[in-house]
Write a protein of this length. Structure first.
Length: 670
């Protein structure tokens, strides 16, 4: 290849914005990447993290060749081997495990390192391979399961309003979401709304970057969001501002839900949430009299014991106010429910039904697993109860294969490491969960070293094992064609040829998109209000004893890392500085803590080390530290997941990352 070309692609990372990008390739080398200025949501901009993506693909610590462990598990000591040697050993071990223990002794552990339908967490190719072997299924519940379950119960789908419609809103509630860090492209539409007089409220336990830019910040007590929703609706009823026509035509369970709302007057809600009663009342008045109101609530809001219920109750708000009938009104959690591609994981290839293992239960469900195959995931950096996971990964009888790009903590425990491609090096199909577009990623450059894509790795492994199922050898283009062949009206005219030529296509939904103006995809066609007594489930921290551990730990997204991706990037690590924990001045004074002091954040599950940052950005009783640190690059060799227990939320077995009680104590010694 010579000269200079522009290649259209898409960001694969776990962010609602799923940006369209343009890579400039000169003489076979990627020399520039920018956001696609022609994409209506990306609008030419990438984030602070992805701006360094090309640099990241060329990093010195990139894994380029297959490797076999030579030292103790956890040592990170490996020798380079050939692909044939790697596939020989893997094939022999997998055959032996299936013959002796059955296929269910294999756990394919897939994360959200890529959201691609070919190479990432939607990966159809890998699932076919594992079904032929009869491996256990993997429940990817770590991100959005509780909130999605709550929305399904309310609306019949987790899909909500088109985020572009925020430009038409007149009241915007950014509820448990830090837009300027996690999905900043929405902010442009919020700015459009503000130019027309919209009022923006950030509801968050932390005064985030986004809260700084909002018109008002309400510092809610973690896990009490459903109570606030009920309190706001209490004011709506007091103002007689409910939309009686919408309630009568498009909802069910209203009378019982109405009685429950009346049990949450402003004064009670203030006691539960920690928000002053006058602020609850004033926002309730705005909600009562401002149409349309748009609510943005993303995944952080539902990572506690009552997270599913919280999302279900928040989803009830536009049902009471009738905002779903107005362009610019409703709730935006995820647009994934509107994506109707044909994700066929070929369960027909299973010889018999198999069990499902839960992603966030890795530490406790590995006991009878003999092969753990990790891809697009870094469980030692991202999954609850990291100490239990570390103990399990150290087992000599556990054969661990990790497909990776960089030497993560999880890689250090692998028996075989397989070098994986990055987004500029393979094909993939994407759909944003924060917009209404499908995107195609065309490879811009050849993979370095001996890196292979996920799809190609499974094709080669299937051949090495002598598997004869024809679908195991489908090409990437064949897989993409089958994904687009769902027959759903939203994909009419969306062909692979068109995607490859244009880079992105809006699905066939109208503009503006009001998904529930005429009804809901529930059996009755109506929004289902929470049943009596089920609209507020207190979080674990609201009911647990605080004697030993009186502080609630919240672990929001970092501005410089995306989950643990980029956690090894030198420049982004420099910008992130040393791990810090935000502590309110009152809590710091009670413990004799001073700014910059190294402390232990601990509970019965474990501990991690951080430097104290004394700040009123958190309320008394709340401490916060961003997620995304690699444990081995952190002081003490642990990150916040050392104190996160394997507890399920109320719906979807969602995890409870923001529902943990801790204490903060000075480190011993100088």
């Amino acid at each position: 290849m010579s000269g200079e070309i522009r290649v259209l692609g898409a960001c694969p990372l776990d962010c609602p914005d799923t940006c369209s990008w343009v890579v400039t390739v000169r003489d076979g080398q990627a020399v520039k990447m920018r956001g696609n200025p022609d994409h209506p949501y990306t609008r030419g901009a990438l984030c602070v993290k992805v701006n360094r993506y090309l640099e990241h693909t060329q990093a010195d610590d990139r894994i380029l060749y297959p490797m076999r462990r030579t030292g103790p598990k956890g040592s990170g000591q490996f020798e380079r081997i050939t692909w044939d040697e790697a596939l020989d050993e893997i094939s022999t071990r997998l055959r032996g495990i299936v013959d002796e223990h059955g296929g269910e002794a294999i756990w394919p552990y897939l994360g959200t390192g890529s959201l691609g339908y070919l190479q990432g967490c939607e990966g159809v190719a890998g699932r076919r391979f594992w079904n032929v072997l009869g491996a256990s299924k993997h429940w990817l519940n770590i991100c959005s399961a509780a909130g999605s379950s709550g929305l399904m119960k309310a609306n019949g789908t987790a899909g909500g309003m088109d985020p572009e419609n925020f430009a038409q809103a007149r009241l915007i509630l950014l509820w448990g979401t830090n837009t300027l860090t996690s999905g900043h492209h929405l902010w442009k539409f919020i700015q459009d709304a503000r130019a027309d007089g919209a009022y923006v409220v950030a509801i968050d336990p932390i005064r985030t970057r986004t809260a700084d830019q909002a018109d008002q910040h309400l510092a809610i007590r973690p896990g009490t969001d459903a109570a606030l929703a009920l309190g706001l609706l209490n004011v709506v009823l007091a103002e007689n501002a409910q939309d009686e026509e919408f309630l009568a035509e498009h909802t069910e369970g209203w009378e019982d839900f109405r009685k429950e709302i009346l049990e949450y007057p402003v004064e009670r809600v203030a006691e539960i949430t920690g928000i002053p009663a006058e602020d609850v009342h004033s926002l309730g008045m705005r909600l009562a009299h401002t149409r349309p109101t748009a609510i943005r609530a993303t995944m952080g809001i539902q990572r506690h014991a009552g997270g599913g219920t919280a999302m279900r109750t928040i989803a009830a708000i536009p049902g009471v106010t009738g905002d779903w009938r107005h362009p610019g009104g409703g709730v935006a959690y995820s647009t994934s429910g509107h994506v109707r591609v044909n994700v066929d994981r070929r369960d027909d290839l299973l010889a018999k039904p198999v069990r499902t293992l839960v992603m966030t239960k890795l530490g406790s469900q590995l006991d009878d697993v003999k092969c753990l195959w990790v891809y697009a995931a870094n469980p030692l950096g991202s999954t609850p109860d990291a100490n239990a996971i570390r103990r399990q990964l150290a087992r000599e009888d556990l054969f661990t294969v990790v497909m990776e790009q960089f030497p993560t903590d999880t890689v250090d425990y692998a028996d075989i490491v397989l070098p994986a491609t990055m987004q500029t090096e393979h094909m993939d199909l994407h759909a944003g969960y924060g917009h209404m577009y499908l995107l195609w990623n065309e490879p811009a450059v050849r993979p370095p070293g001996e890196c292979l894509s996920t799809t190609e790795t499974f094709r080669r492994l299937a051949a090495h094992m002598g598997l004869t199922e024809p679908s195991l050898y489908d090409s990437d283009l064949e897989l993409a064609e089958s994904l687009l062949a769902s027959g759903h009206p939203s994909l009419e005219g969306v062909t692979l040829d068109r995607l490859r030529k244009e880079g992105w296509v809006r699905m066939n939904y109208p503009k503006p998109f009001t998904p529930f103006a005429e009804g809901f995809p529930t059996p009755s066609g109506r929004l289902r209000f929470p049943p009596s007594g089920k609209a507020y489930v207190p979080s674990h921290t609201a009911v647990a004893s605080r004697a030993a551990y009186p502080l609630t730990l919240v672990t929001p997204a970092a501005h410089t890392f995306l989950n643990t991706i980029f956690g090894n990037n030198p420049e982004l690590r420099r910008r992130a500085k040393e791990p810090a924990v935000l502590v309110n001045p009152a809590d710091a004074a009670a413990r004799g803590l001073v700014g910059g002091q190294r402390v232990r954040v601990h509970n019965d599950g474990g501990e991690f080390l951080a430097d104290v940052e004394i700040s009123d950005r958190v309320a008394p009783g709340v401490v916060a530290t961003p997620k995304g640190r690699w444990p081995k690059l952190s002081p003490g060799g642990a990150n916040a997941n050392a104190v996160v227990a394997e507890r399920d939320g109320d719906m979807g077995r969602g995890p409870a990352f923001h529902d943990n009680l801790v204490e903060v104590s000075p480190c011993a010694g100088p």
